[in-house]
Design a protein around this ligand. Structure first.
Ligand SMILES: Nc1ncnc2c1ncn2[C@@H]1O[C@H](COP(=O)(O)OP(=O)(O)OP(=O)(O)O)[C@@H](O)[C@H]1O
Length: 547
């Protein structure tokens, strides 16, 4: 379900309902207590007009100062409460991203670059920074205007009509420009992310842009995106400017009407000089509050836009984890494909067309096919990353969708051709949080001859590697990924060119083990290395089983 940005803001604020009530209660009292200033000063002027410095005068001065101190204290309370909300929003957002990314349904990310989506996390800070302005400044300003007008009506009922007219003018300004401001802000933000993504692409492939620097493609494309960004920013600024003009007009109307009305009332002797000065102070308070409201509007747009951007990630569907069947973990899993076809969302072409085959439990099979025949897609399909559009995939004679996803994932081992190492210790990269006795880990490390490599590292298995294992030999990267898979004792192993960069004699030793009867696991491997074909029991040729 796609939510409106304002609805998103509402949903966010709802989570902090009780804290918000306190913040508004404080704003309410601040609004009232602030009136001690005009009322106190009115009384001070009246007392001074008697021509003597009496004790009443001292009490009145005290009254005004206590009022000021109280509003200050209440504002500090408000700041504390908003700070709690800000901290909470940051933590929630971080966990929401960390929780969702591994669970987002694979095809939801088919046409987007997942790391780029993470840039949206930084909009959490926009929300964080915007909240004090929206919750404190905005609410206080509104209460101030409200109570100011009420107090003015005590001086004269004409001020009620004035207050009403002003409220209508604000509503009209909001109606005319509100939506437009949000739309232009969203457009501006779209290009903001586009430029960040493009800069990340340049950084990722920096060696390419260093060598092919002559035609300045990186600058030309940056120029295109920045120009679009500036255009959108300009349109957004035009809306803000339009609102600003309207509000300046509004402010002048407020000032003129209130001042003129106040003056007339003094001349008609309906209010005295003290009341007039008090009314003027209230008018200044109201005008300042209107100014604050104007300034908060840009922040409101920023926060709504940020919520919309983050909302895109929270709207992405997660994997369903509803199955009830349990996996038999005592032996390898059998795989049966029955007339499987697959086309990607929004595309007519079938990348897999009517595929059927059987792989028995513990069988070791090579998946063969020409480039583009669908080997990777089929491997991903069997690994449960997404579902076939037609046909049925049975794992141990049970449709794959009947298994709880998490159970299924913990029973398989998948070696994708993409590098799946993350920044962290080698231990974390292998164990992925699993608690395993050191002996079991050592055995796997020795088998893969990773122990020799680790002995040369300053911190052994606790050495930290870069994202993607950037500074590691490619053979070591592959060994770490294989270690990760083997340690988790899979019952179905799906591999794509898993040993490409490992030296031949080691490769042969690993293949001997993975294809042996002793390895209690079904194996499906995509590889051009002939030894796999020699050792596996069967070859499934995708060009022959599909249509
Ligand atoms: N995410 C995707 N969205 C749309 N089409 C895709 C997607 N991934 C792959 N394809 C298409 O599916 C077809 C099969 O791709 P796949 O990567 O499985 O081929 P392959 O047999 O593994 O090729 P190679 O051996 O060259 O890696 C190709 O035509 C490819 O363009």
């Amino acid at each position: 379900m796609i939510l409106q940005p304002t609805k998103r803001l509402w949903n966010l604020l709802k989570k902090y309902n009780s804290v918000l009530k306190q913040i508004y209660l404080y704003a309410f009292f601040i609004g009232i207590i602030n009136l001690t200033l005009p009322v106190g000063i009115q009384a001070i002027i009246n007392s001074l007009q008697t021509g003597e410095l009496t004790s009443t005068w001292i009490v009145l001065v005290g009254f005004v100062l206590v009022g000021m101190a109280l509003t200050g204290i209440l504002q500090i309370f408000q700041l504390r409460l908003v700070e709690n909300i800000q901290q909470d929003i940051f933590a929630r957002s971080a966990f929401e991203f960390a929780f969702r990314f591994p669970r987002i349904a694979f095809l939801q990310l088919d046409k987007v670059h997942a790391p780029e989506l993470v840039n949206r996390f930084f909009d959490t800070l926009t929300i964080q920074k915007g909240l004090p302005k929206i919750l404190i400044d905005f609410s206080m300003a509104i209460f101030q205007i409200f109570f100011g007008l009420i107090l003015l009506t005590i001086y004269s009922s004409y001020f009620i009509i004035l207050g009403f007219i002003l409220a209508v003018i604000i509503w009209i300004i909001y109606k005319i420009t509100g939506r437009k401001g949000l739309d232009t802000s969203l457009q501006e933000s779209k290009y903001k992310y586009k430029i960040a993504h493009w800069l990340e692409e340049i950084a990722r492939t920096n060696a390419t842009f260093k060598i092919f620097n002559k035609n300045k493609l990186h600058l030309d494309k940056t120029d295109d995106i920045v120009s679009s960004y500036l255009e959108c920013r300009q349109s957004h600024f035009r809306v803000l400017l339009q609102q600003f003009w309207l509000f300046i007009g509004f402010k002048l109307t407020v000032a003129a009407s209130l001042l003129i009305l106040g003056g007339i009332l003094v001349f008609q002797e309906k209010i005295n000089l003290g009341q007039f000065v008090a009314a003027e102070i209230i008018i200044i308070l109201i005008i300042n509050s209107v100014e604050k409201v104007i300034r908060v509007i840009e922040t409101i747009y920023d926060v709504l836009t940020a919520l919309e951007k983050i909302g895109y990630v929270s709207d992405l569907k997660l994997d369903e984890n509803k199955g009830t069947s349990t996996i038999n973990n005592s032996t390898g899993l059998s795989v049966k494909a029955r007339n499987i076809s697959l086309s990607f969302p929004g595309e007519d072409i079938k990348v897999l067309n009517n595929i059927s085959f059987d792989i028995a439990a513990n069988e070791k099979v090579v998946l063969y096919g020409t480039s583009g025949s669908g080997k990777t897609i089929l491997t991903k399909l069997i690994s449960g990353l997404f579902n076939a559009t037609e046909g049925e995939l049975l794992i141990d004679n049970v449709p794959i969708s009947h298994y709880k996803r998490d159970d299924y994932f913990s029973s398989i081992g998948v070696g994708l051709p993409t590098n799946q190492l993350f920044e962290g210790s080698i231990r974390d990269n292998i164990l992925m949080g699993q608690n395993l006795p050191d002996e079991a880990l050592d055995k796997t490390l020795r088998f893969l001859h990773l122990d020799e490599f680790l002995r040369r590292q300053s911190y052994g298995i606790d050495s930290i590697i870069d994202s993607g294992g950037r500074r590691l030999p490619r053979g070591v990267i592959q060994k770490i990924q294989i270690a990760r898979i083997l340690i988790h004792k899979p019952r179905l192993l799906l591999l794509e060119e898993p040993l490409q960069f490992i030296e031949e004699d080691e490769k042969i030793r690993i293949i001997d083990y993975l294809t042996s009867k002793e390895f209690n696991c079904t194996v499906l491997v995509v590889s051009d290395f002939n030894y796999w074909k020699e050792k596996c029991e069967r070859i499934i040729d995708l060009n022959q089983i599909g249509q």
